[in-house]
Design a protein around this ligand. Sequence first.
Ligand code: BG6
Ligand code: MG
Length: 218
Amino acid sequence: MAIRAFIFDLDGVLVDTAKYHFNAWQRLANSIGVDFTIEDNEKLKGLSREDSFDLILKWGNKSMPAEEKQEKMLLKNDWYLEMVKAMDASEILPGISAFMDEARAMGIKMALGSASRNAPLILEKTGLIQYFEAVIDGNQTTKSKPDPQVFLLGAKALGVNPQEAVVFEDSEAGIEAAITGGFKTVGIGIPENLPKAEILFTNLENITPKQIISKLTP
Ligand code: BG6
Ligand code: MG
């Protein structure tokens, strides 16, 4: 089946917000006496806010009432938004704008498939919103990656089958979700973190949609 659509994760693929999530989670974890390293952060990539915090509590052997958990997550999000507030197009990752311009010119349909409830704000602030026919994010999903729901909703909104769409992801949970959903996968990162991605790049600088399509088409 021909490739007709691209579905992009947001954090760590289109913009470098992964560093802001790390900063805010680390601040929150430390404030409740839990250590939090960059390696720990890697395991949270792609997971929802709730699943991330549950893991941090588990690693620190902590528990807390549901209401306090909500407060802490709101606090983390406030710190995160402080950093997001200052974002603009300069924070789009290398090569992304050229890649998406070319994909659009080729008539490839594009959707966002992100766990983040802050995705619409970030798309507006960076101007990336212009590229998307559909935006599926943490506000529309009930199951978080590695469940394929977010990508299946994206494919449905674009009117394509998973086999006709490529998912771009920087997280292991996201690659897992895409494989389970029957999508083709492009990993953004290093092989150690994304062993299951069909093809992998450190970023999309100097990579073209045609190259991706030819590598993924038998
Ligand atoms: C994902 C990030 O894109 O969104 C995760 O990789 C983050 O780190 C998740 O926890 C949820 O984001 P938000 O903005 O709704 O807290
Ligand atoms: Mg990501």
